[in-house]
Design a protein around this ligand. Structure first.
Ligand SMILES: NC(=O)C1=CN([C@@H]2O[C@H](COP(=O)(O)OP(=O)(O)OC[C@H]3O[C@@H](n4cnc5c(N)ncnc54)[C@H](OP(=O)(O)O)[C@@H]3O)[C@@H](O)[C@H]2O)[C@@H](O)CC1
Ligand SMILES: [K+]
Length: 311
C-alpha cells in the first residue's frame, strides 16, 4: 500500500520531522532536491541517442570543465556531464528552495542551468535562502523576475531549453494565483520543453486536485515524501503527468502514526495477491473479474463489481 496524504498532513509530516524528530529542515530540502535531481538525471540520460564513447566525451568542450563519470552508482543514474539545457523557475518559498537544490546538483553534474526567481532575492528566507545563496555563490546563472518585469527573457530561455522545472508553489499555495505569477505560469505552459514539477504542479490544489486560478501542466511531477490526494483526482492526475515519489530521508512509521493518511493506493501486484486464478468466468463480467477469486470469497458469485483502484 502506498500512503496518500492531504496538504495539511504533508505539512504536518515536515513539521513533525523538523520539530519533534529534530531533522533540520534544510536536510529535508536537500534530500528532496537531490532526489529530484537524480530523477532528472535519469530522464536526461534516457534522451541520449546512444551512450557516448569515452573518446566522444573527451572532445566535448564541457567535458573539459566537468569530470566525466562513467560509473553509474545508485542515486546517480547518469553519465556526466549531463547533456541538457535546464531552466528552473523558482518561487520565493520553500518550493523555490527545492528548485535551488535541483539547480545546484544539475549544475554540478554539468548540465547548462539557468534559474529564474519569480520575485526578488530579498524575499527568499530560511532554508530556501541558504540554497539560493549556495547556488548563486557557486557561480550558477541566476535572474530575478519581480512583479512588473517583462517575461521576454524567460520566453527566450525556454525556447532553447530541454527541461523546465516548476518550483513556484508547493503545499504552501492557499489562494488563487493571479497577476504576474499567473503570467509566469502561462509562459511555462506555452513552452515546448519537458516540464517537471517539484512536489505538485504549481497552482494545483493539493487536496481537491483543481487548479487555483491557473496551474502548471506538467509532464512529470517529482513529489516529496508522499503522494498528495489532489494528484490522484482525474484533473489533478492530468496536470501532474507521470508521478515520481522521492523520500525525505526519514522513516515513515513514527511520523505517519502521528499525522495519519487520507487514503492508500493499492499496487497492481498487491491486488493480484488477494486473488487466486480459477477456471470460472462470470457471464456478466467475463474480462474484468471472471477469472479471479479471492481465496474463500468468490467475487463472481457474490456479484461484487466495485472497481479496485490500483497503480
Ligand atoms: N522544510 C519543509 O517544510 C520542507 C518543505 N519542502 C518544500 O516546501 C514546500 C512548501 O513550502 P512553503 O510552505 O514555503 O510554501 P510554497 O508552496 O513554497 O509557497 C510559498 C508562499 O507563497 C505564498 N502564496 C500562497 N499562495 C499564493 C498565491 N496564490 N499567490 C502568491 N503567493 C502565494 C504563501 O506565503 P504568504 O504570501 O501567504 O505569506 C506561501 O507560503 C513543499 O511543497 C515542498 O516543496 C521540502 O523541501 C521538504 C522540506
Ligand atoms: K511546484
Amino acid at each position: 500500500m502506498i500512503p496518500v496524504l492531504t496538504r495539511a498532513q504533508m505539512r504536518a509530516f515536515d513539521k513533525y520531522a523538523i520539530e519533534t524528530c529534530h531533522v533540520p529542515g534544510v536536510v529535508l530540502m536537500e534530500n528532496a532536491g537531490r532526489g529530484a535531481a537524480d530523477v532528472l538525471s535519469a530522464m536526461i540520460e534516457a534522451r541520449r541517442p546512444h551512450t557516448p564513447s569515452r573518446e566522444a566525451d573527451a572532445i566535448s568542450a564541457r567535458a573539459r570543465s566537468f569530470p566525466v563519470r562513467h560509473v553509474q552508482s545508485p542515486g546517480q543514474p547518469a553519465t556526466y556531464p549531463l547533456e541538457a539545457r535546464v531552466v528552473v523557475v523558482c518561487g520565493t518559498g520553500n518550493n523555490g528552495g527545492d528548485g535551488f537544490v535541483v539547480a545546484r546538483h544539475l549544475y554540478a553534474r554539468g548540465a547548462e542551468v539557468e534559474v529564474y526567481l519569480a520575485g526578488k532575492s530579498e524575499k527568499v528566507m530560511g532554508d530556501a535562502r541558504i540554497n539560493h545563496d549556495a547556488y548563486i555563490d557557486l557561480g550558477g546563472r541566476f535572474f530575478e523576475l519581480p512583479e512588473g518585469a517583462g517575461l521576454g527573457p524567460l520566453h527566450t530561455a525556454l525556447a532553447r531549453a530541454d527541461f523546465v522545472i516548476d518550483a513556484l508553489f508547493g503545499t504552501g499555495l492557499d489562494r488563487p494565483i493571479t497577476g504576474h505569477l499567473a503570467d509566469v505560469i502561462a509562459v511555462l505552459n506555452d513552452a515546448a520543453a519537458r516540464c517537471v514539477a517539484l512536489d505538485i504542479p504549481s497552482g494545483l490544489d493539493a487536496d481537491s486536485g483543481a487548479p487555483l486560478g491557473i496551474a502548471v501542466r506538467a509532464d512529470d511531477t517529482v513529489t516529496f515524501g508522499h503522494l498528495k490526494i489532489g494528484m490522484l483526482t482525474p484533473e489533478g492526475a492530468r496536470l501532474a503527468g507521470n508521478v515520481h515519489v522521492v523520500d525525505l530521508g526519514v522513516p515513515d512509521p513514527p511520523i505517519l502514526t502521528h499525522v495519519g493518511v487520507v487514503a492508500e493506493v493499492i499496487r497492481r501486484e498487491t491486488v493480484g495477491s488477494y486473488f487466486a486464478p480459477t477456471p470460472e468466468r462470470s457471464p456478466a463480467f467475463p474480462r474484468q473479474v471472471g477469472a479471479w477469486t479471492r481465496p474463500g470469497v468468490d467475487l463472481t458469485r457474490r456479484g461484487d463489481t466495485r472497481p479496485v483502484a490500483s497503480q
